[in-house]
Ligand binder design. Structure first.
Ligand code: TXA
Ligand code: MG
Length: 330
């Protein structure tokens, strides 16, 4: 596996020539986006896409998002309706993925046999330039082994993969830290299949939209799988006086022989448990969450996490936490 280190604020086109070449020739390249690192391959090359499923150990019925660097290329792979066109105009490039009717050129492996394709244009200089240089649409799931927390640093990708992938473009930490919002534009009201940084409230400024419930998960193949899950148990506490409850729970677990760790916003040093600071607001929390889960997983067997209110990006945070572990209201 080749590692190409790149400064997102000051790189030259030449720095991305080799990774782009690897993509064009059917290889697999992990690269940063504004959400999380993606594991990229030429979306139109069936064999290359199959290699992604193998490397990730991803179930073949879970379709991939196709990444583009220009509006023109959206039309080559999908048929956006008027609603999709408006959302593209408002939110692309950005952390929003649109499910649209697909065109013939997109092979069935990429969409797991669905007639719809999910498309996204990342708001990240390295990702956009890499896709442009590769000259092909790039299918890219999050660059983690299936079931593990998504990678927000190149180190996370390297942790999960070795020779199964050809190259990692290391462009530093990802800014948002949670995967994109996935919206089905082929139904009305629109459906949020996965919440993310483009919130329900933001989309509601233009269209009616609802978030699909757990009972309807069949609509979004990815939602039925266990996710974001470290080896440690993840216990999420929400409600008032959560801090006190977290510490008490940690004490109790420790006296029963467990190794608990804490992830919370600005917890401070009022305890002696391994801890990860999730920052001072929900944006910092989102950016740090997956790194917190991965870091604490190395030293703990139970991770106690401070839950948040399900507003704005808080909805996406709680969605990921509900998949990583169990939520308790205290
Ligand atoms: O932020 C992101 O979206 C990252 C970065 C790398 O762009 N990618 C990502 O991909 O999170 P992945 O494969 O981990 O998640 C894709 C989600 C899954 O829940 C999948 O089921 C859903 O999108 N999806 C993909 N194609 C779909 C389709 N045609 N119809 C419905 N859902 C689809
Ligand atoms: Mg994923």
């Amino acid at each position: 596996m080749k590692i190409v280190k790149i400064d997102p604020d000051g790189f030259l086109e030449d720095d991305l020539k080799i990774p782009a070449e690897i993509l064009r020739k059917g290889g697999i390249v992990a690269f940063p986006t504004e959400t999380v690192y993606g594991l990229g391959a030429n979306a139109l090359d069936e064999l290359a896409v199959k290699r992604i499923f193998l490397a990730k150990r991803r179930p073949p019925d879970n379709p991939l998002i196709v990444h583009v660097s220009s509006t023109d290329s959206i039309y080559r792979i999908a048929k956006p309706n008027r609603i999709a066109e408006k959302l593209i105009e408002e939110f692309f490039p950005g952390p929003l993925t649109l499910v649209m009717e697909k065109r013939e050129v997109v092979p069935d492996v990429t969409t797991a046999g669905l007639k719809m394709v999910a498309v996204r244009m990342p708001d990240h200089r390295i990702a956009l330039k890499l896709i442009e240089l590769a000259g092909v649409p790039v299918s890219a799931p999050s660059a983690n082994k299936s079931g593990k927390p998504s990678p927000t640093k190149a180190e996370h990708v390297i942790e999960d993969f070795s020779d199964e992938i050809d190259c990692v473009v290391d462009g530093g930490k990802t800014e948002i830290g949670l995967e994109s919002t996935v919206v089905d534009t082929t139904v009305y009201p629109l459906e949020i299949l996965r919440p993310g940084a483009v919130t329900k409230e933001m989309i509601e400024e233009f269209f009616d939209v609802r978030e699909i419930r757990k009972a309807e998960i069949a609509r979004s193949p990815g939602m039925k799988y266990r996710h974001y899950s470290p080896s440690a148990d993840v216990l999420v506490l929400t409600g008032i006086n959560v801090r006190g409850e977290m510490l008490e729970l940690a004490e109790r677990l420790r006296s029963s022989g467990k190794k608990p760790g804490l992830a919370a916003m600005q917890l401070g040093k009022i305890h002696d448990f391994p801890a990860y600071d999730l920052g001072k607001n929900l944006e910092e929390y989102a950016e740090r969450l997956f790194d917190a889960l991965r870091s604490l997983d190395r030293v703990c067997d139970v991770i106690i996490v401070e839950g948040v209110e399900e507003k704005g990006i808080g909805a996406a945070i709680m969605n990921r936490l509900s998949k990583a572990g169990r939520i308790y209201r205290v």
